[in-house]
Write a protein that binds this ligand. Structure first.
Ligand code: ADP
Length: 395
């Protein structure tokens, strides 16, 4: 059980910058997930902690020790990988205890650890089974038990659920959370699956192109994404992005206005280009919007495609007054907006409807740098007609 710290860790493979100046400070007992698209540097980051890779620059600490140049076996870690790789000719007991037997542990100690690990992952009574007599989930639990018997300070898990089917992945997620609670141990977990990251972790580290974009509790990344990358990556389906230009009383996009007083946002002035982000659940049909409709622009839209999901319906909207059923979908891509509505919604494909955007949930990003400017604009009341606020927007 230990803290893990990465201090300016950089890894280059020739011209490829796999990890760029990564700083992570993981508390003892935390469940931290590295998440990002394939090739973003998650595994390489993990490998600098496991010792399978040495960083080109920077230092790695586990507990109070610097381990940057220590071999994996001296780091107090145990690893679980995507590829479970059990020995097919060994039963569960022998698979779990293999590493301990290699290290010449006493028989009683091996028995004690195997029994304890098997009970944690609920494999008691299966110790004499062969791998081919077990389901994928059971085999993955054997792999976890094999890591548990090492009694490591830190667990490193690289996509351990990726080879399991969708239903089993969800069950195993819960099991991993239970395991974490029971062991009170530090877990560093890698996945490209944002849903997995959101549901299990104390904090998630979102990585893109080898660089840390944000490290925060899952809901903070969801509600206050640090930049356009995090906003687009976290949340499914993805956040809508619409570009606009700052005017005296808000943001003007091609088809609608979002009202707020730009003078109340530091560093923002008239003429700036901002990208508005709004999640599908924060776009509402006007008749359903209630108070939200107050002070918000009504947006004319055409329901292009509907996707019923059971608990909600995704409505792909095309925007603009000119949009009508005679207009073919091609060419309208810059004017799309995805809305989520209740399953009992009467909206049908090709309906012309009016929608509003919940201004408390509008995220604004600097279009060029991608950095977040503000989350929620409803509290930034517009007083654009007063001379004072006009003067403020000039700086
Ligand atoms: P992820 O785990 O997020 O999919 P990786 O850490 O595996 O990403 O890879 C990050 C980048 O480093 C990728 O561009 C990958 O091609 C490159 N890379 C990883 N390992 C090596 C290696 N051993 N040699 C050369 N390039 C590598």
């Amino acid at each position: 059980m230990a803290r893990v710290k990465l201090d300016g860790v950089t890894k280059r493979y020739g011209d490829v910058m796999a990890v760029n100046d990564m700083n992570l400070d993981i508390e003892h007992g935390e469940f931290i997930t590295l998440v990002g698209p394939s090739g973003c540097g998650k595994s390489t980051t993990m490998e600098t902690v496991s010792g399978l890779t040495r960083p080109t620059e920077g230092k790695v600490y586990i507990g109070d020790r610097e381990v940057t140049n220590l071999p994996p076996k001296d780091r107090g870690i145990a690893m679980v990988f995507q590829n479970i790789a059990l020995f097919p000719h060994l039963d569960v007991y022998d698979n779990i205890s293999f590493g301990l037997r290699l290290r010449d542990y006493e028989k009683e100690e091996i028995d004690r650890r195997v029994e304890k690990a098997a009970s944690i992952v609920q494999l008691e009574g299966m110790l004499d089974r062969m791998p081919d007599e077990m389901s994928g989930g059971q085999r993955q639990r054997v792999a976890i038990a094999r890591a548990l018997v090492r009694e490591p300070d830190v667990f490193l898990m690289d996509e351990p659920l990726a080879n399991l089917d969708a239903k089993l992945r969800v069950t195993m997620r819960t099991e991993l959370q239970r395991l974490h609670k029971e062991l009170d141990t530090t877990i560093l977990y890698v996945t490209h699956n944002q849903e997995e990251a959101m549901t299990m972790s104390d904090r998630i580290a979102v990585i893109d192109s080898g660089e840390l974009q944000q490290i925060a509790p899952p809901l903070t990344c969801y509600n206050e994404p640090a930049n356009l990358f995090v906003a687009g990556f976290i949340g499914s389906p993805a956040m809508n992005f619409i570009e606009g230009e700052v005017v005296q009383n808000g943001l003007e996009t091609e088809n609608f206005m979002i009202e707020f007083d730009p003078g109340k946002i530091d560093g923002v002035g008239v003429g700036d280009h901002l990208t508005m982000g709004i999640r599908p659940e924060d776009v509402h049909p006007v008749e359903k919007a209630g108070n939200l409709a107050h002070g918000s622009d009504t947006i004319e839209a055409w329901a292009d495609v509907l996707e019923p999901m059971g608990d909600e319906i995704f409505v792909y909207l095309l925007l603009g007054e000119d949009v009508d059923t005679s207009m073919e979908a091609e060419g309208a891509t810059s004017n799309e907006l995805l809305m989520s509505v209740d399953p009992d919604s009467p909206i049908k494909e090709d309906d012309e409807i009016e929608v509003v955007i919940d201004r408390t949930q509008v995220h604004l990003f600097d279009t060029e740098s991608g950095e977040a400017v503000t989350h929620g604009v409803a509290s930034l009341a517009t007083e654009s007609t007063t001379p004072g606020s006009e003067a403020e927007t000039d700086d």
